[in-house]
Design a protein around this ligand. Structure first.
Ligand SMILES: [Mg+2]
Length: 443
């Protein structure tokens, strides 16, 4: 008995009846079982109490003035707050129509007056336990909904991140078959998403990387995460470009991987561009003094080591100051560009170098070239420039010409690169002095 009292003490039952004696009787009976009792003597008050205090069960009389039990029940069932509270009709009306009417307006049970205490109690108890189970169920359902909602939000967030991220992300199976790609993959490799989903990861990699990763993929469980920097991948058009590449094992029953590509070609291009800028003359695109000095010292040491001649030609445009004064600096620049490309086009061997050291001063370095060879080349260059017939009305010939000075390092005749440079400079001076548009070999 004590146990029952404890069980029921949190359970509220609302009794709605216009006969005070009925209320008293039921109250006494149910209080003995430990229930908390609320009471109302008409339908309106019953609805008010039910709405505010939310009882666990309502015992409802049918025959009441103003609003009868059926009407009261209908209103309770139409309100969100009270819809789920079970309503038990208690009535002297015992015709089958009355009972059916009770159920049809939403009643959960129907008890005839006069009633047996134990029967009333048994029915109440069973309805309340069903009600409590329902409450638990709906609570779990709400909890489940919240959890699902949370997961959904998390998934939505992840999807947004993955679809907006610049890195190309692919999910592949153990054979490398592509199962998911983010939009960046499509942009990077120029395939559309449908094409990609029928492809294998290895098709995106250039050799020898494809072969290397094939092994990785075919030995599942061998990798947790593998990172490779600066590997080559290929676009749909076959064009190859560098990326950083990570392969990560995903937590799943079957082996699966996440492949992430980070495009570094922009970075690489910038690096190469900077290097290019620092080594080239921006006007003529020839190598600049810095590049030339490095090359000169390298070739100098090599010529000594191999006991081979190293030929050096210094070139200066004749009367260039006069040219600039006559035609202006813009024309002067155009002239420099023409002369530069003319010299470069004359020098055919890949091991030779043409550089612009500044102003109208050009140099040509010819490894492993003897006196005869360098004289031939110097004359070719001189003729080639002459053939351009760049007008220069202020000069004696009416066209732009060049003077050349040649020095050759051979059989230890020269101490240093500086010496070779000086010798060529002196030969050039000689060419200028003896009428220009010619070459002189330093003796
Ligand atoms: Mg009544």
């Amino acid at each position: 008995m004590t146990e029952l009292l404890t069980d029921n003490q949190d359970t509220k039952i609302l009794i709605v009846d216009d006969t005070p004696a009925n209320i008293s009787l039921l109250t006494e009976m149910l209080q003995l079982k430990g229930y908390q009792i609320l009471a109302a003597n008409d339908g309106q008050r019953g609805i008010k109490i039910a709405t505010h205090l939310l009882p666990d069960l309502i015992l409802l009389d049918i025959m009441m003035p103003d609003m009868n039990g059926y009407e009261t029940c209908q209103i309770l069932k139409s309100q969100e707050q009270t819809r789920n509270i079970p309503v038990v009709f208690i009535s002297a009306k015992s015709e089958i129509e009355d009972v059916l009417m009770g159920f049809s307006v939403g009643g959960a049970d129907y008890i005839n007056k006069p009633f047996h205490e134990e029967e009333v109690y048994a029915r109440i108890k069973s309805l309340i336990s069903v009600q409590q189970l329902n409450k638990q169920l709906s609570h779990s359902e709400t909890e489940l909904k919240t959890v699902l909602q949370k997961y959904q939000q998390q998934a939505d967030r992840l999807e947004k991140i993955v679809s907006h991220i610049d890195n190309a992300i692919l999910e592949v199976d153990a054979q490398g078959n592509i199962e998911f790609v983010n939009p960046a993959v499509s942009q990077l490799f120029d395939y559309n998403i449908t094409e990609l989903e029928g492809m294998n990861l290895l098709q995106l990699l250039a050799e020898p990387f494809a072969g290397e990763y094939k092994q990785c993929l075919l030995e599942p469980g061998r990798i947790e995460e593998k990172q490779f920097s600066s590997i080559l991948v290929k676009r749909k058009d076959g064009c190859e470009f560098p990326v950083d590449f990570s392969l990560i094992t995903l937590p799943a029953d079957e082996p699966r991987y996440l492949a992430i590509f980070h495009d570094i070609s922009i970075h690489k291009n910038r690096e190469e561009k900077l290097k290019d800028l620092s080594y080239h003359d921006s006007l003529t695109k020839l190598s600049n003094r810095r590049r030339f000095d490095e090359f000169f010292h390298k070739e100098w040491r090599r010529s000594l080591r191999n006991r081979k001649p190293l030929a050096f030609i210094m070139i200066d445009i004749d009367n260039f100051k006069l040219f600039n004064d006559t035609y202006g600096h813009k024309q002067g620049d155009d002239c420099l560009v023409t002369i530069a490309s003319t010299i470069r086009n004359t020098i055919k061997r890949p091991g030779d170098m043409v550089a612009r050291l500044g102003g109208e001063e050009f140099v040509v370095l010819l490894p492993d070239t003897d006196r005869e060879g360098v004289m031939q080349i110097a004359e070719q260059i001189r003729k080639a420039v002459e053939k351009q017939e760049i007008p220069h009305y202020s000069s004696a010939r009416g066209i732009v010409t060049i003077s050349l000075g040649i020095a050759i390092s051979m059989d230890n005749n020269c101490d240093s690169t500086e010496q070779l440079y000086k010798n060529a400079d002196q030969a050039l001076y000689q060419s200028k002095k003896t009428g220009k548009n010619r070459y002189t070999v330093f003796e």
